[in-house]
Design a protein around this ligand. Sequence first.
Ligand code: ZN
Length: 193
Amino acid sequence: MKTDTQKAAESPLLVSPTAPGSKLKIVTYPEKILLNPTEALENIDGRVQRMIDSMAEAMYAAPGVGLAANQVGWGKSLLVYDISAREGERDLRVLINPKILASEGQIVSENEGCLSIPDYRADVKRAERILIEGLDREGNPVRLEAEDFHAIVLQHEMDHLNGKLFIDRISSLKRELYKRRVRKAMREQEDEV
Ligand code: ZN
């Protein structure tokens, strides 16, 4: 996910998700891996640690406030995010196999954006508070409550892990217009080749 103040930057091109440690490419809609639910992550080994570091690097470089594993082509239930104030302090957080246990309230996430949906933003209705259970990067069970922006970021990233995008949560008319725009852009790209 990206915030209003962050501009979409071109991510450095690369690479196979089977090669953690190398720079990752953030895939964009309509890439299929974004549309399928991810699988639970079973072995939280060194490879996963390297993947987490590479995902964090890709997220900070984009820049974004959150990134799900399938956004870098890896269909596992893993997300990273950092909602610390942008003045230098980093506070990387990792969740593995997260589940929402409870949610309440409703807020409008204004001008929500996504690193996988470049140049498009929309208001999205989200739960105001959520209770989540999952694993931290060491595999220890964690339970956390999040509200407001923290809750929005987590809902956005967990949607990714479930094969959902924020455009699935806007009106069908808006979504259709967006899809049309993407198809047109893809056709124009083909024409240029
Ligand atoms: Zn996103």
